[in-house]
Design a protein around this ligand. Sequence first.
Ligand code: KIV
Length: 284
Amino acid sequence: MKKEKFTPHSAFDCRREKRKFSMISVYDYPTAKCAEEAGINSLLVGDSLAMTVLGHQDTISITMEEMLHHVKAVSRASQYSMVVADMPFMSYQISSQQAVENAGRFLKEGRADAVKVEGGNQMAETVNSIFSAGISVIGHIGLTPQSSGQLGGLKVQGKTVDSAKKLLNDAISLQEAGAFSILMECVPAKIASVINEKLDVPTISYGSGPSLDAQGLVGADILGLFDLFQPKFSKRYSEIGLEIKKAFRRYHDEVISQKFPYSDNQYNVPEIVLQNFLSWIKNN
Ligand code: KIV
């Protein structure tokens, strides 16, 4: 069967046919290529990049230009996976015009297939402007790290009746505004499941239980590449960080003990070239 690109339409097909799809947050060409070749349906170039790769304390500082740089790299690696660009803090909050311009840059310059914005009801107008410009947009609710200051930290959302009601209203507003998918981060599984039932669009879970249409995880968490903290909802499928450290340590030890470079790692010249060179040096 001919392999086809995963698109927002494919996400709707999955929901209709009760098939799951997968998403990973990735930020560079080699990792995106591995993800695509492993069959991951969608690659989110998340602003988690700020923390997991660029060493920031939170996601606030990352800029449009930095995000674009990484979206371009991931897009170059992706033939079949849907590439979603995460709109960074202050790239869409100021006005709908700013949001459309920046979302447009992610498609036009970054070659992304869709964008994602954080926020609920208050972002509905912005989402509608992006949608009206012909750009596929995902609404991200629940734990929205860009506003973690207001949320009181990186905390699970929807744990009270009022906050669960707000999440449901947020999801419906975003859907009505034109979001083709709702991503829920850190929402209790049973609350997320109820909200999922009330929606028509495909849903994506980052730590919001098994009932949503897609599961998403941050690539660096899956690989064991980010060890400052590990979200409860994440699972380490590998310890690449430890493997990298092991390899670097072996290299370092071989340099210090003068084992590296081996003869296989060196370039040779014919003896005659060397002798002629040495005699030229002697005579000059
Ligand atoms: O930046 C990111 O990777 C995200 C996910 C955690 C949803 O926004």
